[in-house]
Design a protein. Structure first.
Length: 317
């Protein structure tokens, strides 16, 4: 066999090996996806809706409080702006870690807390996020480690003490704003491209609200487990149009202790009210603080002020 023929055979054999490896990898991925879907199916059945896969192996469930009509300074808050209960599930071996945030009226707090306690779901914080809203809204942060289906049933049982809509959510696509588009998505009335340019990241359109997230650069751990940003530890900034080039903004900054007051200063200098500062977790490393804000002003002005505040943190942007 001459050298050309030997070379051809080697190329053919390499191609066969590569194809076999690629095919095996694709088959393994499909198998893993199928196994994951099978694992989460009872959890989705218990909660009555599909979860949304997120980076870091997190499956997140949303329960918007579309039953509420909450008004703040004349602005009717969309559920996606500040009224979304949620739970995030992360598989750890043969069990899960769950973190979440339940949006509650004052009269719902005691029943929900009692139900969660009886069913093994911990509370890590109970506080306001906003000021001057009507009716008053409280936010209960929860955590649990254990059997996924048991925890899902406990959360569902607690939500039944509220008026939270529990029917399966309609599957509407979440739009991602195009980087170079100048026109806002239909019905949004916000120049998302301009906001994205100022903020340094593209967001997503959800329920008539433009949402942006900024994970921290540090690794966050609790119970010796790495906590992905999707479990509620990324800075979140939401824009809701209020017409005439203005928007209501709210959300929360995830901060180290040394960052809290510099961010307060920058927000105040830019006309953005600080509405709450608190912890949300128990035993996290490093220790984190969550700073909530509110403003209704010119969109560009608010975006520049929020970007300036982000510059005082170690968030990725």
């Amino acid at each position: 066999m001459n050298s050309t023929a030997r070379f051809s055979v080697r190329v053919l054999l390499c191609g066969i090996v590569f194809t076999a490896i690629a095919g095996n990898a694709a088959g393994q991925t499909a198998l893993t996806t199928t196994q994951s879907a099978r694992y989460w199916k009872p959890v989705e059945d218990a909660l009555g809706r599909k979860g949304t896969p997120n980076p870091g192996g997190v499956l997140k469930f949303a329960f918007p409080r579309s039953d509420l009509r909450v008004v703040l300074n004349g602005v009717i808050l969309k559920p996606a702006l500040a009224l979304g209960s949620w739970g995030a599930f992360k598989r750890i071996g043969d069990h899960v870690m769950v973190m979440g945030d339940l949006v509650l009226l004052d009269g719902e707090v005691a029943s929900v807390l009692g139900s969660l306690q009886q069913n093994g779901v911990e509370q890590t914080a109970l506080h306001n996020h906003l000021l001057r809203e009507s009716p008053r809204v409280m936010y209960m942060h929860i955590r649990a480690i254990g059997n996924a289906v048991r925890i899902a049933r406990a959360v569902r049982t607690a939500l039944e003490f509220t008026q939270t809509p529990l029917a399966p959510a309609a599957s509407a696509p979440v739009a991602v704003a195009p980087a170079g588009a100048g026109a806002p998505p239909a019905g949004l009335d916000l120049d998302t491209a301009a906001i994205a340019k100022i903020m340094g990241v593209r967001g997503k359109v959800n329920g008539g609200v433009y949402q942006l997230t900024f994970p921290r650069r540090e690794k966050i751990r609790e119970e010796k487990v790495d906590i992905p940003p999707a479990m509620g530890i990324a800075t979140a900034i939401n824009f809701q149009s209020t017409g005439a080039g203005k928007a209501a903004v709210t959300g929360d900054f995830v901060l180290l202790g040394r960052e809290v007051n510099p961010v307060i200063w920058v927000l105040s200098e830019n006309g953005i009210d600080v509405t709450a500062i608190h912890s949300r977790m128990i035993g996290e490393e490093p220790r984190l603080f969550f700073l909530h804000f509110w403003a209704n002003d010119d969109v560009g002005k608010l975006a520049r002020g929020l970007r300036a505040a982000l510059e005082r943190t170690r968030a990725r942007h």
